[in-house]
Design a protein around this ligand. Structure first.
Ligand code: 3HC
Length: 278
């Protein structure tokens, strides 16, 4: 199957990798050459780890060769599926979809990896909205088993069925959600992270003990503050803003501490500091 992934950031490169691991021909494209260069290095590193543990049989180089890294989106012509993993901004995504409308065939699926933007809203700029769907992967994509499949009002049931098959072909486990703000995952995760931040703000305990409680008391692999740093505090804030705006409910309101950290560009792991220092 020919697959085009647009956006070579953390999510896009992970998605390209898992499609290549499953034997597909992948075009990974980005407007920034540096992002493509980084993606090639990170994918090879990740494949090396998985190969050394026997998770994948093919050599990292063999899998890597299935991916074409290119700035030229037109190389993705006639892909069976396009997966968009660009910036979480409606205008950025819709500008890209206008280009995909010319490139995609009548039966091509166009999927967005959006974590919180409405699939119905995004589908309004797609030439064939019945072929549009949400495929929400989780970071780190090569490790996390889940893919959330989001059905829009106009998504063809056949496209849902094909997407379920594609996700299973990747060795992942799909869950399906209707198009509600935050779908299943972020609707539940964001209030957890928010409450952990408020627990810290109100002086109930230290960040270490808040995280330890969820790790050892509830068997979460990371505590909520550590997880927020891992996701990126700007990303967390953006998702909370969408949920707060769309539900109009204070249980999603971004806390002041989060706002202050983001404004100070303390964005978590990627910037070297967030709730913790790295
Ligand atoms: N590729 C290959 N292997 C990887 C990898 C990658 N990208 N990332 C981690 N690994 C491997 C490591 O090499 C390590 O292997 P080892 O056990 O053989 O040494 C193993 O995974 C575990 O990694 P670490 O030892 O570095 O650390 P952890 O044991 O803490 O595991 C983790 C790391 C898998 C990230 C784990 O902490 C975890 O599951 N954390 C929660 C992640 C999570 O919740 N993600 C979802 C975020 S929400 C999201 O993405 C949605 C969005 O909309 C917000």
């Amino acid at each position: 199957m020919k697959v085009t992934v647009i956006g070579a950031g953390t999510m896009g490169r992970g998605i390209a990798q898992v499609f290549a691991q499953a034997g597909n021909d992948v075009i990974l494209t980005d407007v920034y050459p540096k992002a493509l260069e980084n993606a090639a290095g990170e994918i090879l590193k990740s494949l090396g780890k998985l190969h050394s543990k026997g998770v994948i049989q093919d050599s990292p180089e063999t899998v890597q060769k299935r991916i074409i890294f290119t700035g030229d989106l037109s190389q993705g012509k006639n892909s069976e599926i396009y997966i968009e993993a660009v910036l979480e901004r409606f205008e950025v995504k819709s500008d890209l979809y206008k280009k995909l409308n010319d490139l995609a065939g009548d039966d091509s699926i166009i999927a967005s990896n959006t974590s919180s933007i409405s699939i119905n809203a995004l589908s309004s700029v797609i030439r064939k909205p019945e072929n549009f769907i949400g495929l929400h992967f989780f970071n780190p994509v090569p490790i996390m088993k889940l893919v959330e499949i989001i059905k829009g009002e106009r998504t063809d049931p056949n496209v849902v069925k094909k997407s379920l098959d594609i996700v299973k072909q990747l060795g992942k486990v799909p869950v399906t959600s209707n198009d509600f703000p935050g779908f299943i995952s972020n609707r539940i995760l964001m209030p957890l992270i928010r409450e952990a931040i408020l627990t810290l703000e109100e002086g109930v305990s230290t960040k270490e003990d808040i995280d330890q409680t969820l790790k050892l008391g509830m068997n979460h692999p990371m505590g909520p503050l550590e997880l927020a740093d891992f996701i990126g505090l700007d990303v967390v804030q953006d998702i909370m803003k969408v949920l707060y705006e769309e539900f109009g409910n204070s249980r999603f309101m971004p806390p002041i501490t989060l706002r202050n950290l983001v404004n100070a560009r303390k964005l978590g792991r990627k910037s070297g500091e967030g709730f913790y220092k790295y």
